[in-house]
Structures are given as C-alpha cells and as structure tokens.
Design a protein around this ligand. Sequence first.
Ligand code: SPV
Ligand code: MG
Length: 440
Amino acid sequence: MAKLEKPAQKTIYLGLRGDIIHPGIINIIREGQKHGRVLVGLLTDSAITTHKRLPYLNYEQRREVVESIRGVDQVVPQEDWSYIPNLKKYRPEAIIHGDDWKEGVLSQERELVFALMKEMGGEVIEIPYTQGVNASTLNEAMRSIGTTPGVRLRTLRRLIDIKPLVRIMEAHSGLSGLIIENLEIQKEDGLHSFDGMWASSLTDSTSKGKPDIEAVDLTARLQDLTNILECTTKPIIFDGDTGGKPEHFVFTVRSLERNGVSAVIIEDKEGLKRNSLFGAEVEQTLASIPDFCEKISVGKQAQVTRDFMIIARLESLIAGFPVSDALRRARAYVKAGADGVMIHSREEVGDDIREFCAAFRKEYDRVPIVLVPTTYNQFTERELASWGASIVIYANHMLRSSYPAMVKTARSILEHERSLEAEEFLMPIKEIIELIPGGK
Ligand code: SPV
Ligand code: MG
C-alpha cells in the first residue's frame, strides 16, 4: 500500500504578540498550517513595548499558551518589533500576515518584508484580516473594564526589567491621570507614551492650597489617589515624604499595596520634611543612617506582596553634602532592603547626579536608580539612561502647566468683563462633555 507522503514541510513564519488569543489568531494559524509548519515568532515584552502597551501576560506565560495551540509547531522569541531580524535568522519559506498591515504603522514594515522575502526566494502570504477582532481593539475593551490592584502593582517591576528607562509623569487628579493614561505619540522609533504616574506630595498639597511640608495627611492623599486609581490602569509611584515613624510606615506600605500602588519613595530627611526645591535658605537635616535603615527594613517586613518596592531617596546633595555621603547612604539603604534609590539635586548642571550614577552603577548594576530632573531638565531621556538611570519622574509638570493656563483665563475675563476673549484658550464645551465617556 502506498505510504501517504506528507508534503515537504515548508516553514511558515507568523509573528505574534499572543497576549489575547482570539478567533483571528486561530484563523491565521489554520491558514499557515495549510502551507507548511508554523513557526511562531513570539514578540518579547520589550519588543512589544516599543510600540504597544506592556502585555497582560509575560513572555513565558504567553509562550506556554501559544505553544499549546493546535497547529503551532514551534515558538521562538522575536526580540525586535520588526520581523526582519528573525526572517534573516530562520529563513522561512514564507511569512503569513493579515492584510491589515497594508495601512498604518506596519505598512513600511510590509514593504521591507516583501523585499527581503523576494531576495531570499520566499513568499508573503496575506490573508484577509478577521474583521472586528484584533488584539488592539480587545485591548481597548479590556482597558475600559479596568485592572486589578495586583496586576497594576506588578507592572512597574516588569517595566523596569524590560525598558531602558521607565517614564513617569506626575498626576494629582483623575483628569491629569487620564491624560497620562491615554496620551500617545508616534515617533520614528515607535509609539511613545508615559509608563506610569507619580503621586507627588508637592502637587497633592499645592492643589489643595497647602505647603509641601508633610502636613497633608495620608488619608487625604489616599483619597486623591482613589480618583486616579478609578480611571487609570498604569502603575503608580507614591511620594511617601519621610515615611513618618517606622510604626506609621508599616500602615502606609500596607495601604498602598492594598490599593495596587507599585512603589513608595521615602526621603532620608529628619522630622517633618520641607520640599527639596525650597532653596538653600531652608535648612534640611538628614536622618541618621541607622534610623532610616530601620524604617526601610520595617517597611520591607510589612509588605505582603512580593513585588511592592520601597525606594530610598537620598537627600545628601539637597542638604549640602557631597556625592560621597549619598553613596555611603545608598550602600546602607540597599543593604537594609531598599529596592531602588532616588538621588535628588537642586543643581542645574547635573554633574553631581551624573557622578553619583556612575559610582553607584559600578557597585550595583541592577538596583534601579530614579532621577527627578526638574532643575537639570536639559538632559534627554536617552542621556539619563546612559548615565544608568532606570526611572525618570517628571514630578510636577501637569500641575505647573495648569496654573498659568488658569491664571491667563481668569485674567482675560477680568480684563474684558466677559468670557468671549478667553474662549480661544479653552477646550470647547462639546469636547469636555465628550472627554469622559458614559455621560449619555
Ligand atoms: C514631589 O514631587 O513632591 C517631590 C519631588 O518630592 S520634589 O518636589 O522635587 O522634591
Ligand atoms: Mg515630595
């Protein structure tokens, strides 16, 4: 009896995110199977975040799921957003793709893929895209459902692991949080957006008309935070001031964790702190190293999740001490359990910060460094990352931009004794009504 010969197996490459498995994906795998063995290039977390949000599942979890789909023969990592490096590496006979890449961000990539496959003697199989379902629209839908505290909390560590620099912006209200949540701009190297939010003591207190002297209590700040939590899904870093007494800090850590906050930053000042940018005339006294280490360690013992981070903020440069003092403290704080350090400075040149980063990175290659470049704002994110920074926080920019805008409008109305002239500064009423969906 003639043996049934399997046709010579061609390799069909399929690039996937594989975070949300929907009928469109199953369909393309089935189509791929008709042409040969399906080799899935599964995008790594860092490849995805160059153009899209961090996936819900990490790479290993996605691999497990995709490997179990009938029709998938092999899964390999695709470490780049572009298919090109993997196509060169695996030299498949064909690549299969939905025809939706004819338009939009992938259209250029499509041309490159066609050229390369032609050069390699392979082909591009395009199949009609399954209308109505794709990972991006499903992602949108999931975002409108929201997140859980645990998922939000874990996201910061995942981002630190995969991104050259995590970009955090200050939010002091639901509305500012929504801007950070949704704003995206397309640049040559991918989609740019903010990775998370900073709950700043300065802007929390300023928005209440109060000075930033640790006088606004935690309960009031948690109420502000609730407004942000309710309408966003991105991770949050909380400005914990000095953390108070160790016994208070235990409660702060647990409250923040319960709410899904990813990290708290506490500063090593003595007593009730004053804002670091107040100027040299305000004397800032530092906590003793053992006392601050004790607070870190009590906080670490209090946390119930594995991923919550306590970041120690070094105020040596603010208080007039040299980089060597900050380094000495940083070593002690890391030893006490700090999950990262933030180095702060009022200097505009940035030399002190750069010197600290270089010295710290020599000793600790993985402990995250947080920078707050309010005064040394001439440096780009790429430069800060090259110094060794892991997180950049734009600590007060949403509030500082809103104040002059409000003054301008109020002044115009006073001057003209009507609001017509101010209208050009304003968002149209129709837009504000439509800004927050669900009013209908
Ligand atoms: C804040 O935003 O409240 C901070 C950063 O603590 S700074 O204002 O620069 O001290
Ligand atoms: Mg503060």
